[in-house]
Design a protein around this ligand. Structure first.
Ligand code: F6P
Length: 493
């Protein structure tokens, strides 16, 4: 059985029949080269998707996002992450700027010794309140940071033990990020951190806690002093929040200037998304390819492989961004969707993944559109040959997926015609990372507009949370199904 491919030219045929294909489907932006030429997009499909974008009101939806209008209809609010980068309703931009100044003052005070000589930061949060800052620090902080920054999300005590392992309670600052300040995992870990500080000889553990939240009153209720709360806007969704004060740990680890450059990189991508011609609009073109694979090829997943150790957290970051935003079944008006929405985003790090999962990508019975993310310039202490081989491996995989290789022996035959896109950063720095993350945000938004859904809510995660809360309060055995009841009894919880 081979994968069901719709009728149409193969990738190799597309390169033969469209001599200008490389220039039409590659884009240079903000120090990043985007190559979508090894996808099945062609002039015809792009034209069709452009019509669809018009029918779905893409331009108006994008204008509404950047004007600070209500685009999160189910929750009746704007999505103001772009205001953090200078676009949006003037009052939102002013508010974001004022809040950023406060954040900067706090960073300056911390660097000036307001909390003593710090050696570490324990960042507590989960989902969007952690994945962004973690990505930033892991990507850019390897050489820049003199602080040991540890990230703690899971309620599992083993995660706590591991996170605090290398930290000294006497010289660690705790940053708790939670939009709602009501998340079970985060509040449980905050209590554990206070106990850890106290046990480590810190007389006033609360004096070492900084809260970052859209609900300052909830943080105060949880015992955080209001002078140590950084507020961010209700319109900043968790998975879009790294630009706000949720990025505090990253700003401390990387330095304030780097944080500002990150925002500038994102603003550069914002300007492109707002003003580039649709045919040259990179997030939109990427969304067209996403739609093509999900809708016409029936692909249910997309694989993202970072060919750079510094970007190893990118697939995890994107999982939340894309799946929590667009994993929906009803339109923003509550009607069943007409098209499949988000595929599963998954991935890993190259070259490791080549020796684990790429077998299926080359010869399996399903087609997985693959995305390679690599960086031209190395930043390691090893001979240049390491990086050269790393990059050549990434490019070889894309070529092999597309070209395939015929053989008389079916076991050794590679069908080819399998799509991939490549994102090549000139170097990995705050500017390019800011632009890259903003690219993914806008691509997610463009996908949502093309299928008519609201990417800014996430009601799907609520039911499981409610049931867990009920069970934690009182396991009302009678109302439970037999399987769940048996599991609770067996585990003795
Ligand atoms: O459970 C999903 C979620 O609500 C995400 O959307 C969010 O990023 C995460 O939980 C954390 O929420 P909070 O920032 O309110 O603690």
């Amino acid at each position: 059985m081979s994968p069901a491919m719709p009728d149409g030219p193969t990738l190799k045929q597309l390169f033969e029949t469209e001599p200008d294909r490389l220039s039409r489907f590659t884009f240079n932006l903000a120090g990043i080269y985007f190559d979508w030429s090894k996808t099945h997009l062609d002039t015809g499909t792009v034209d069709q998707f452009l019509d669809r974008a018009q029918r779905m009101g893409f331009a108006a939806a994008r204008d509404a996002l950047f004007a600070g209008d209500v685009v999160n209809s189910s929750e009746g609010r704007a999505a103001t992450h772009v205001a953090e980068r200078g676009s949006g309703a003037p009052e939102e931009v002013d508010l974001a700027t004022a809040r950023r100044q406060r954040m900067r003052a706090l960073v300056d005070a911390i660097e000036g010794g307001a909390f003593g000589q710090l050696t570490g930061i324990l960042h507590i949060g989960i989902g969007g309140s952690l994945l962004g800052p973690h990505l930033l620090v892991d990507s850019l902080g390897r050489r820049a940071s003199t602080l040991t920054v540890r990230f703690l999300s899971n309620i599992d005590g083993a995660a706590f033990d591991e996170a605090v392992g290398p930290l000294d309670p006497a010289t660690t600052l705790v940053v708790v990020a939670s939009k709602t300040f009501s998340t079970l995992e985060t509040l449980t870990n905050l209590d554990a951190a206070r106990a850890w500080l106290r046990a480590g000889g810190v007389a006033d553990p609360d004096g070492r806690v900084i809260a970052v939240t859209a609900k300052p009153e909830a943080a105060v209720e949880q015992g955080v002093d209001e002078t140590r709360i950084l507020q961010f806007g209700e319109g900043v969704g968790g998975r879009y929040s790294l630009w706000s004060s949720v990025g505090l740990s990253a700003a401390l680890a990387l330095g304030w200037d780097a944080f500002e450059v990150l925002l500038e990189g994102a603003a550069e991508m914002d300007r492109h998304f707002r003003s580039a011609e649709p045919r040259e609009n990179m997030p939109l073109i990427a969304a067209f390819a996403d739609r093509l694979y999900v809708e016409s090829f029936g692909c249910q997943t997309r694989g993202v492989f970072a060919y750079d150790e510094r970007l190893r957290l990118l697939p995890f970051y994107l999982q939340q961004l894309e799946m929590e935003s667009n994993g929906k079944s009803v339109t923003k008006d509550g009607q069943p969707v007409q098209w499949p929405t988000a595929p599963v985003t998954w991935g890993g790090t190259g070259t490791d993944a080549q020796h684990a999962v790429f077998q299926l990508l080359h010869q399996g019975t399903i087609v997985v559109p693959v995305e390679f993310v690599a960086v031209s310039e190395a930043d390691d202490d090893q001979p240049a040959e390491h990086h050269r081989l790393l990059l050549l491996n990434a490019f070889a995989q894309g070529a092999a997926l597309m070209d395939g290789r015929a053989s008389d022996d079916p076991q050794r035959s590679y069908p080819g015609n399998r799509p991939s896109a490549t994102i090549l950063l000139d170097r990995l720095d705050a500017r390019t990372l800011g632009a890259l993350v903003a690219f993914y945000e806008h691509r997610t938004f463009a996908n949502a507009v093309l299928v008519g859904i609201n990417p800014f809510d996430q009601f799907g995660v609520e039911l499981g949370k409610q049931i867990a809360r009920q069970l934690a309060e009182s396991a009302d055995e009678e109302s439970l199904d037999p399987s769940t009841r048996a599991l609770i009894e067996r585990a003795g919880v």
